[in-house]
Design a protein around this ligand. Structure first.
Ligand SMILES: Nc1nc2c(ncn2[C@@H]2O[C@H](COP(=O)(O)OP(=O)(O)OP(=O)(O)O)[C@@H](O)[C@H]2O)c(=O)[nH]1
Length: 326
């Protein structure tokens, strides 16, 4: 039993589910793909190869799409080499662009398989408030319980009553068990107790939410590190996964969030949410390249089915408005 069949590789996924996800992905990235491809195909229109000034225009477009200078230069160089037999064939331009984008991403995809590892599998969710941590946690819980897994949700953001309430609602929706404390309680103590309980009571997966904001960044990091330290006292290999949740709509701010959390909080995977809410979904590429941790999941909407494993080639194709390849 593996979450991967739903959130992971297409292995085991029914054709219908795969198609459903591809539609959601393409729809979710439609703002990005419209902006990107309309402009890029304009640069190429009526041409079979690019002049130096066309190449500069292309590079500027890619930089404006938040891809950053280095990646934009790499992609422009690849596009410069491509020859298009029919100048008006925008599909060929899109195919070439998708392939150049995918080349940038293929080494940055990772898998999230909470039912494929040790039991209980301890997952920590980190990220600033509003990035989509709670929603992501809830969606994962729902897909795991749907597979029959015994899941414990832990409200580790003990500073915000609203965050605890929101998580409680998700646990009811997902039919997962819930563990929380009163406002201001020690989050590390709660995390410790949750792992002990999970071991004693045979849980498959423990999903621990954490605070997204404290008095200052250092206090936040200290709190996260304390949670990790106490969890390790119960299980030295835990947490088995620390997912950093980043909101694509904040653009380059997500890049600096990755740098702050990624450097200090032992992040093992990234989740990029709200890709449906931006025309600059390309921000995922510089983030993937800057991070030591791979991208594991992406979110393209608020429904449970809108969270899925990150697949570089599918993502790159959707970014330029092409159907992912079955
Ligand atoms: N459109 C869209 N909205 C999303 C996605 N993921 C999360 N959201 C929404 O973003 C908002 C913030 O998400 P939360 O899960 O509450 O974020 P959080 O990081 O837990 O934030 P706090 O609860 O404030 O700590 C909610 O309204 C979610 O429904 C996504 O992939 N697409």
């Amino acid at each position: 039993m593996r979450l991967a069949s739903k959130h992971g590789t297409a292995v085991g996924m029914t054709e219908e589910k795969k198609k459903g996800w591809f539609e959601r992905l393409t729809h979710g990235l439609s703002r990005t793909s419209q902006t990107l491809t309309e402009q890029v195909t304009q640069v190429f229109s009526q041409k079979e190869s690019l002049s130096d000034s066309d190449l500069e225009a292309l590079e500027d477009l890619l930089i404006e799409s938040d891809l950053g200078p280095q990646i934009s230069a790499n992609i422009s160089a690849k596009m410069a080499q491509a020859k298009f037999s029919s100048s008006k064939d925008s599909t060929a331009v899109r195919e070439a662009l998708a392939s150049a984008l995918a080349d940038e991403l293929v080494n940055h995809e990772g898998t999230f398989e909470p039912l494929g590892g040790p039991k209980p599998y301890i997952v920590l969710f980190v990220g600033v408030n509003g990035s989509g941590k709670t929603t992501t946690l809830g969606k994962i819980a729902a897909s795991l319980t749907a597979k029959g897994a015994k899941v414990l949700i832990v409200a580790g953001d003990t500073f915000r009553a609203a965050a605890v309430e929101q998580l409680k609602v998700w646990s009811e929706r997902a039919k997962a068990d819930f563990m929380g404390r009163k406002t201001g309680a020690d989050a590390a103590g709660l995390a410790y107790d949750s792992v002990v309980k999970a071991k004693e009571e045979g849980y498959d997966v423990v999903l621990i939410d954490t605070a997204g904001r404290l008095q200052n960044k250092q206090a936040l990091m200290d709190e996260l590190l304390k949670i990790v330290r106490v969890i390790k006292r119960v299980d030295p290999d835990a947490p088995h996964e620390t997912l950093l949740v980043l909101d694509a709509t904040v653009g380059r701010n997500a890049l600096s969030q990755e740098q702050i959390f990624g450097r200090q909080a032992f992040v093992s995977g990234l989740v990029m949410t709200k890709l449906d809410g931006t025309a600059r979904g390309g921000i995922l590429i510089p983030i993937a390249k800057a991070s030591d941790a791979p991208i594991k999941l992406i979110g393209v909407g608020e429904d449970i089915e809108d969270l899925h494993a990150f697949k570089a080639r599918d993502f790159a194709r959707s970014m330029v408005g092409l159907e992912p390849q079955a």
